[in-house]
Design a protein around this ligand. Sequence first.
Ligand SMILES: C[S@@+](CC[C@H](N)C(=O)[O-])C[C@H]1O[C@@H](n2cnc3c(N)ncnc32)[C@H](O)[C@@H]1O
Length: 417
Amino acid sequence: MSITLDILEVGARGDGVADLEGKRFFVPYCLPAETVEAEPLDKRGDGTACDLVEVLAPSRHRVPAPCLHFGTCGGCALQHWRRDVYAGWKNDLIAKALAQRGVKAPTFEAPVTCEPGERRRADIVLRCQGKRILAGYHERGSQNVVDVGTCVVARPKINTAIAALRLAIKAILRDGTSADAVVNETDTGLDVLIRPHRKFELTLAIRETLIALAESADIARVSWGDRATAEPVIVRRTPQLILGDVTIEPPPGAFLQATKRAELVMRAGVTAWLGEAARTADLFAGIGALSLGKPGKLSLFEYDRPSVAAVDATARKLGGNRVAVQLRDLFRRPLSTKELDAFDAIVLDPPRAGAAAQCAELAASKVKRVVYGSCDPGSFARDVRTLQDGGYRLEKLMPIDQFLWSAHVELIALLTK
Ligand SMILES: C[S@@+](CC[C@H](N)C(=O)[O-])C[C@H]1O[C@@H](n2cnc3c(N)ncnc32)[C@H](O)[C@@H]1O
């Protein structure tokens, strides 16, 4: 049975939040001050998740969504919100998380916003359903696949690859089977890793299909298999990322910042805020996108083997002993305070869970400058509180909206001691 709700705010997951008779409700695709009809579904946290049935009284900030799939596709949650008001909400997510942890925050730097058509990394689901191949993203809250013609946030070349993958995979998948494709746009072209969801022998016929796929969509490299064991089937050009004066060949399916603009802004933050630090450590370094090319000695720490191998190959090409990389699980074995004290500056850019154990060690260190990149305001605020208790000040913070129209937000921050 549906109920009528007044939406109070948009919560951290991008849903409208309402209170009715002391109970909390979460409704997708709503905006503050709207009255909506909603269908209560399941319990979620301290409230109930609902389906939106109808917007009865729309907000004056509601705008037409630019994508046909909006409302079904799980990729975007907030295309219906006027851009400036939406941008302010993203800043508030960070400010609220810091305030909840009692962190003293500076006035934020002007936020960096990314535009439609800028996403250079996409995880595409490929599924054979009867005679059809579906190629796109999961539906919101479901394992169903939305067959996406054009993704408005993705780079045009990624859309070309989705269309070509849909055609090519028809010759590979049988009814009821699926795969996914990590599509990265590098600085020298598309790098596609196809991961079948069950064991598939890489036959000659599949190889020929993948070679034809690469030709048809001008893909630089197509690989097959898991990230750890991926086999490049065709390399028409070497995928490369250009990081200042340094060039690196990312492994198939490598983590890339979601937009090139965000990568450049974050690199510029590291350069400007760390200055000429003689010895820098980059923790959770991935392929070194934030630090490679920096002056001085650089030590990178990362637990993904293919990324470490890629950085090591680049370090060897550079020669000398300026760049070193270590395979290390920083959740289980964070750098100790003593190890950290060997550096003048630290860059850290952990996954969504943040870096609790590493920040406990860092808080007790003598390191003067820390640049922290984060994609989760909650874990960031928790870690900064630990650093603040250890004597660090949060000096600068720049919000970066590289996950356009989702509830996620990136940021880069400077802490000093
Ligand atoms: C947000 S990405 C940042 C990568 C890099 N800084 C960049 O800008 O491309 C987080 C990185 O942390 C790595 N990572 C995740 N868990 C880790 C762990 N326990 N120890 C070390 N690295 C980890 C991931 O493999 C990934 O490369």
